[in-house]
Design a protein around this ligand. Structure first.
Ligand code: FE2
Length: 313
């Protein structure tokens, strides 16, 4: 299935050495308990909300720009998922490489109804995702204050054209780098063309500690950041973020991913390579890592995203 002669370096045109990372076997050996296809967890049903909850979260994302919810307990092997993130980081790779495994995609899958409610119906997953392992013992922090997009990501009525879903896999505390947000209704320049000019009061900053099972969704105009961990922070903050857009607006990035589908292994390799390259302004790449990302981003991909089979029915 994998013909290494087809994997060309996008810069030199030369075949890349048979890099084991492009082979499923490498991933299976790294985490034998996690799935590369047909995850046994795929039958887990998405969270179902009643009409009252749907109305409440629509009102919250309009008023405060974000919502916090809980699925209770993820019916996924969180310990194994966190462990593979640690292994990847130890191997010199980034946490985002963990999206090679289906279990990480099933986090988003289980919250499809939440995204659907906030985006007014049908939606696409954007090819924009990332993972963090913020280690208090290594003086690490999350991303600095930013708006994921800006006021242009809001409709005229204030509802979002696109949202970010952020999920902690370990407890996120004020000591290990939890998220902070400036609620939309406390942010004077939120939703305006002046939203690069930050004029909020320090007292209006809100910490968002969370435990596994919790999730956040924010619109892409709200100001937020991951904090700097304290050496007293204990265990690392491990988290993942996915982005989504409404279906009735032009693509914000490509390829768009059909809601309710999970990219296959080859597609996941493509997408991970794309993430590493598109966020290299955040994490400068070594030549080795750049070569790996380039090879992944151009690896053969047989199925168009918008027509792939729903592999997790
Ligand atoms: Fe963000």
């Amino acid at each position: 299935m994998h013909d290494d002669t087809l994997i060309q370096n996008s810069v030199t045109g030369n075949p890349v050495d048979a890099n084991p990372i492009l082979r499923p076997e490498w991933w299976q050996n790294l985490a034998p308990s996690l799935s590369l296809s047909n995850s046994p967890y795929a039958a887990v049903k998405p969270l179902v909300m009643d009409a009252g909850s749907e109305s409440a979260i629509r009102q919250l994302i309009l008023q405060e720009g974000y919502v916090q919810g809980s699925v209770g307990q993820w019916k996924l092997p969180l310990t194994d998922m966190v462990n593979v993130v640690v292994k990847l980081k130890g191997a010199g790779l980034m946490p985002v490489f963990a999206l090679a495994y289906e279990e990480f995609w099933l986090l988003a899958h289980q919250l499809g109804n939440v995204v659907n409610t906030l985006l007014g119906g049908e939606y696409y997953m954007l090819p924009d995702f990332w993972m963090w392992h913020v280690d208090p013992q290594k003086d690490e922090s999350g991303w600095k204050p930013h708006r994921d997009k800006s006021y242009g990501s809001l409709l005229a009525d204030g509802m979002p054209k696109s949202v970010t879903l952020w999920i902690p896999l370990t407890a996120a505390t004020t000591l290990n780098g939890c998220m902070y947000v400036v609620p939309a209704d406390r942010d004077p320049t939120y939703g305006t063309p002046n939203d690069k000019d930050w004029r909020f009061e320090y007292q209006d900053v809100r910490a968002l500690p969370a435990v596994p099972g919790d999730f956040f969704v924010w619109n892409q105009a709200v100001l937020h950041w991951g904090s700097h961990a304290s050496p007293r922070g204990g265990a690392a903050r491990v988290s993942i973020a996915f982005e989504f857009q409404r279906k009735d607006i032009p693509p914000m990035n490509s390829p768009l991913i059909q809601a309710g589908t999970i990219p296959n292994f080859a597609q996941r390799m493509n997408l991970i390579g794309k993430q590493v390259l598109q966020y290299k302004h955040m994490y400068p790449l070594s030549p080795e890592l750049a070569a790996i990302a380039n090879a992944m981003a151009i690896a053969p991909n047989t199925t168009p995203f918008l027509h792939m089979n729903n592999s997790h029915k």
